[in-house]
Ligand binder design. Structure first.
Ligand SMILES: Nc1ncnc2c1ncn2[C@@H]1O[C@H](COP(=O)(O)OP(=O)(O)OP(=O)(O)O)[C@@H](O)[C@H]1O
Length: 271
């Protein structure tokens, strides 16, 4: 086991270990001495209002943003390693961001989008597709309920359908964890329903989920841990039942709110 990494008995291996991580954008501290450990195989929601620093956290994880040292000790570790690159990251974490949807401008079918995940590319560029890759793509399509759409061009799919193919692309390598940044923005009720069903199937298949959102209704029942973010810091961190209360959610979003639970789903009302 790499130096500094301890496996917790009831949690997996630490995937991300951030201690006193500060990220600045212009003069703003988007992350302000943030300390957080995320574990492999643990289903976690990162929940916070607009401007809390959620996207900055995702970009720090994906190495688009680099931390500055503002306080010691400053730890920025991936799977126990202090030095790591984006290629190591991609083989363990499948990343689904909405921006990606708009980069598929060329005519690619849904199946080709999933297959492109094997090459971390935005197209296939005459790469050799092995029968094993085709088989894996079909398996993923069945899991996500999109097998009937695999021959359709990406630019003819609805946002909800296209977004499930992006999950499929992120799953191509068989990552242990899927990281999703605000995955349900602009989805209508039906698309939201099918998307959430697909995400539940992924979680139930054993892939850990890290879901970044400002919506309580995105939190699928399989998620057990809630990390609350506000002002670039961790505002609360614990079990879902302890975090998703009127008081805590009201404090997080700075508005009086009633939190209701129904069959494992949570909703905020009365604001
Ligand atoms: N390029 C930038 N220049 C200046 N400030 C920035 C920049 N990028 C982010 N910020 C600031 O950093 C803070 C965190 O932004 P971030 O986008 O990470 O929050 P967020 O939680 O993802 O918000 P949202 O839910 O609205 O997407 C905000 O105050 C934001 O205004």
């Amino acid at each position: 086991m790499p130096h500094g990494t301890a496996c917790s008995p009831d949690r997996g291996l630490p995937l991300i270990e951030f201690e006193n991580v500060t990220v600045t954008r212009s003069d703003v501290r988007a992350l302000d001495s943030l300390s957080l450990t995320l574990y492999e195989g643990e289903n976690t929601a990162i929940l916070g209002p607009n401007g809390a620093g959620k996207s900055s956290l995702v970009k720090a994880i994906t190495r688009e943003y680099y931390p500055v040292i503002s306080k010691e000790p400053c730890t920025f570790r991936f799977r126990g390693a202090d030095v790591w690159d984006v290629f190591a990251l991609r083989s363990h974490i499948g990343i689904v961001s909405n921006d990606l949807q708009y980069t598929f401008t060329r005519p690619l079918t849904g199946r080709e989008v999933i297959l492109s995940g094997f090459f971390s590319s935005i197209g296939l560029f005459n790469r050799e597709i092995t029968p094993a890759m085709e088989e894996r793509a079909k398996e993923i399509e069945r899991l996500l309920g999109i097998d009937h759409l695999s021959g359709r061009l990406m630019n003819t799919l609805s946002s909800g359908e296209a977004r499930r193919f992006l999950i499929g692309r992120a799953l191509a390598f068989g990552p242990k964890t899927l990281l999703l940044d605000e995955p349900t923005s602009s989805l209508d009720l039906f698309a939201l329903h099918t998307f959430r069903q697909a995400l539940r199937a992924v979680a139930q298949s054993g892939t850990g989920i890290i879901l970044v959102t400002h919506n309580l209704h995105d939190i699928i029942p399989e998620i057990s841990r809630i990390v609350m973010m506000k002002d670039g810091r961790v505002f609360g961190d614990g079990k879902k039942t302890e975090m998703l209360t009127d008081e805590r959610i009201g404090g997080l979003f700075s508005v009086p709110v009633h939190v209701r639970e129904e069959n494992g789903w949570y909703y905020a009302t009365g604001y």
